[in-house]
Design a protein around this ligand. Structure first.
Ligand SMILES: Nc1nc2c(ncn2[C@@H]2O[C@H](COP(=O)(O)OP(=O)(O)OP(=O)(O)O)[C@@H](O)[C@H]2O)c(=O)[nH]1
Ligand SMILES: [Mg+2]
Length: 370
C-alpha cells in the first residue's frame, strides 16, 4: 500500500493530481484545509491537504479479474455462436448433398468444407453400391490425407478417393496361361467372353487357338460355341467326363492357347460345383476366370465369390458393364476375391466389346470417366 500527501489550492485540483499520480483506484484517506508554513501562509489563501492511498496489487487483481470475466463471457458467447453456425452448416450440407445427388449435378468445381465433401462423395459412392467396409477403409485413408487445414474442392476430394479406390483393386494384364477356363453363375456371359478372347488370340495375336466345352448340360450350349468355332475356323472339342480331358488335351497339343467353356453353375449347388471341380483338377496349371456380371447385387457378388472359392479361380472378368449405371460390383468383386481383374466386357458384340482391365480407369468408372 502506498500513501501520499498532496497540497493543492482546492479539492478539485487535488483530486486531479491524486488520480494522475496514483490512478483511478486511489482512495482518499483524509483531506483538510491548511495554511502554508511560515509568514507567507498568513498572506495567502489556505491550501487543501489530501492524504491518498493506493494498493498496486488490488488494482492489478481487480482490473485483471474484470478483464478476465469479460473475456470469458465473450468466449462463451463466441463458442455458442460457433456451435450454432456449425449446426447450421451441417444442416445446409446435408440438404445440398441430397439435392446435388438427386439433381445429378456435377459438383467438381465447388470449394466446400472437407466434411461436406466427404458427405457428398460418401452418398455418391453408396449409390454405386460400393461395399460399406471398403467405403470405410477408403474414407478413413482419404480423410487422413485431406487432414491439412483449409477447404478443398469436390474435385480434389474425388481425386484423393479415386486413388484410394484404385489402390484396393488388383489388375493383371498380359495374355496369361496357355489353358484358360471360364467359370461362373448361369448366363453371365462366359461363352460370349470366351468367343471374344478366341478372336483376339487367333486374329490379333495370330495364335493357334483350340476350344473345349464341358457344357453338355444346357440344350444348345455346344451349338452356341460350335457356331463361333466355325466362324473363326477353330477346332472344338466336347468333353463328357473328366477322364476324356487327357485325350482331348493331347489332340489340341499343337495349340498355343486352349480356351475352355464350362456350364453355368447354380451358385448354391455344392454338388454341381464339386462336379465342375473334378474337371478343373485335371486341367492345372491354368488361368481359371471367375466371370461375374456387373449387374449382380453386392451381397450376391460376395456369396458367389465364396461359393466358387473351392474351384480355385485365380482371375476375374466382369461382364455387362453396359447394363448398369452403378459400377460398385467391379470394385467389390476385386475387393472380395482379392483376385486380379483381367477383362471387362460392355456389350454383346464379338469380338469388339471386351477391354483389358489394365486399359480401363476402374476407379474412374465410379466417376463415370469410362
Ligand atoms: N449387354 C451385354 N450382354 C452380354 C455381355 N456378355 C454377354 N452378354 C449376353 O448375355 C447372354 C448370355 O451370354 P452367354 O455367353 O451365353 O452366358 P453364359 O455365362 O455362357 O451362360 P450359361 O452358359 O447358360 O451359363 C447372351 O445374350 C449374351 O449376348 C455384355 O458384356 N453385355
Ligand atoms: Mg455358356
Amino acid at each position: 500500500m502506498k500513501i501520499r500527501k498532496y497540497l493543492a489550492s482546492n479539492m478539485k485540483e487535488g483530486m486531479m493530481r491524486v488520480k494522475k499520480d496514483l490512478g483511478m483506484e486511489a482512495v482518499i484517506l483524509y483531506s483538510r484545509k491548511v495554511r502554508r508554513k511560515g509568514l507567507r501562509g498568513f498572506f495567502t489563501p489556505k491550501q487543501m491537504e489530501i492524504i491518498a492511498a493506493f494498493d498496486p496489487k488490488s488494482k492489478e487483481s481487480s482490473s485483471n479479474g474484470a478483464i478476465l470475466k469479460k473475456v470469458s463471457e465473450k468466449d462463451q458467447e463466441i463458442s455458442a455462436m460457433a456451435e450454432q453456425l456449425n449446426e447450421l452448416k451441417d444442416q445446409i450440407s446435408e440438404i445440398s448433398t441430397v439435392a446435388s445427388i438427386n439433381d445429378d449435378e456435377e459438383p467438381s468445381s465447388k470449394i466446400v468444407t472437407k466434411k461436406k465433401s466427404s458427405a457428398y462423395w460418401r452418398s455418391y459412392l453408396e449409390h454405386h453400391d460400393l461395399d460399406p467396409t471398403l467405403l470405410e477403409e477408403v474414407f478413413g485413408e482419404a480423410e487422413a490425407d485431406a487432414a491439412k487445414p483449409g477447404r478443398m474442392s469436390h474435385a480434389r476430394m474425388a481425386e484423393i478417393l479415386r486413388a484410394k479406390v484404385a489402390a484396393k483393386i488388383n489388375i493383371t494384364n498380359g495374355c496369361g496361361s496357355r489353358t484358360q477356363i471360364f467359370i461362373g453363375p448361369t448366363g453371365v456371359g462366359k461363352t460370349t467372353t470366351l468367343a471374344k478372347l478366341a478372336a483376339r488370340f487367333s486374329l490379333q495375336n495370330q495364335e493357334k487357338v483350340g476350344l473345349i466345352t464341358i457344357d453338355h448340360y444346357r440344350i444348345g450350349a455346344v451349338e452356341q460355341l460350335r457356331s463361333y468355332s466355325e466362324i473363326m475356323d477353330l477346332p472344338l472339342e466336347v468333353v463328357m467326363n473328366p477322364q476324356d480331358l487327357f485325350k482331348v488335351m493331347m489332340r489340341l497339343e499343337a495349340c498355343d492357347r486352349i480356351l475352355i467353356d464350362t456350364a453355368g453353375r447354380s451358385t448354391g449347388n455344392k454338388e454341381q460345383l464339386d462336379d465342375l471341380g473334378s474337371y478343373l483338377d485335371m486341367l492345372q496349371p491354368a488361368d481359371i476366370h471367375l466371370v461375374l456380371s456387373a449387374t449382380t447385387r453386392r451381397q450376391d457378388v460376395n456369396y458367389i465369390a465364396e461359393c466358387f472359392k473351392p474351384l480355385k479361380y485365380n482371375r476375374l472378368i466382369v461382364t455387362k458393364l453396359d447394363e448398369t449405371n452403378a459400377y460398385g460390383t467391379v470394385i467389390n468383386s476385386a475387393y472380395y476375391t482379392k483376385m486380379p481383374l483381367v477383362y471387362l466386357t460392355d456389350g454383346q458384340r464379338v469380338p469388339e466389346d471386351l477391354k483389358p482391365a489394365s486399359e480401363v480407369d476402374l476407379a474412374g468408372l465410379l466417376w463415370r470417366a469410362r
